[in-house]
Design a protein around this ligand. Structure first.
Ligand SMILES: [Mg+2]
Length: 229
């Protein structure tokens, strides 16, 4: 009963929390470099190993084009077409190396902001991701994990903006900061957040979308800032 009440109080507090900034962090190759291999067996028996996210995206894009698949995430349809795709590495956090240029920002938790770790991973990967964040001393009580299962992150973020409508009909979200290494996801988020006319109508006048694209460079990482509104 006590727990129920506490949850209820938490819920109430959240409803009236003056959240104006969303901070959204991708996980793989953004918070940490991981060794996530994807093993694919094509319908004709040909075997392919994809050793990182770049190879994964390139392969899936190419396979989708070959099979005439238009879905944002072609993995499900490819499996239906007889591709065996082993994603088991993505249910664990394998050999992680922290990307400190990002985790230094992640640990800041500015006032009036809410922090999400949003991964395109499938399955029950959120537990291992939270365990890893604990391990590197991130206060996980302040982090909301979300698994989009490969679906559009842009749509998920647009929904978050739409959920906080104030009496003037505008969203209470004035700024979104998005940290991501995948160009595909960056393009999708810019498309869904900055180019959508219906969303434009509910954004406050000072709305800002700031994308920090994580690029790996010799011996580390750097951030490329892209803003739109
Ligand atoms: Mg990533």
């Amino acid at each position: 009963m006590k727990l129920l009440l506490e949850n209820w109080r938490k819920f109430l507090n959240e409803e009236y929390e003056p959240i104006t900034v969303l901070r959204i962090f991708d996980f793989d190759e953004t918070i940490a470099h991981t060794r996530s291999e994807t093993r694919v067996e094509e319908p004709d028996g040909n075997k392919v190993v994809l050793s990182d996210q770049k190879e994964f995206e390139a392969y899936m894009q190419q396979a989708a084009a070959k099979e005439n698949i238009e879905a944002f995430d072609p993995v499900g349809v490819l499996i239906e077409k007889g591709y065996k795709i082993d994603l088991s590495d993505f249910s664990i956090v394998k050999d992680p190396e922290e990307i400190t240029i990002i985790t230094d920002i992640l640990r800041q938790f500015p006032e009036d902001s809410k922090t999400y770790v949003m991964t395109a991973r499938r399955g029950n990967s959120l537990g291992p991701i939270l365990d890893y964040l604990e391990l590197i001393n991130v206060d996980t009580h302040q982090v909301r994990p979300i698994a989009t299962q490969g679906e559009s992150k842009g749509l998920v973020i647009a929904n978050m903006i739409r959920q906080k409508i104030m009496p003037d009909g505008r969203s209470n979200i004035h700024k979104v900061e998005y940290f991501e290494d995948s160009q595909k996801n960056v393009d999708d988020v810019i498309e869904k957040i900055c180019k959508d006319k219906t969303l434009q109508e509910i954004k406050p006048d000072d709305f800002q979308m700031i994308v920090y694209k994580v690029d790996s460079i010799e011996g580390g990482h750097k951030l490329r800032k892209i803003s739109c509104n």
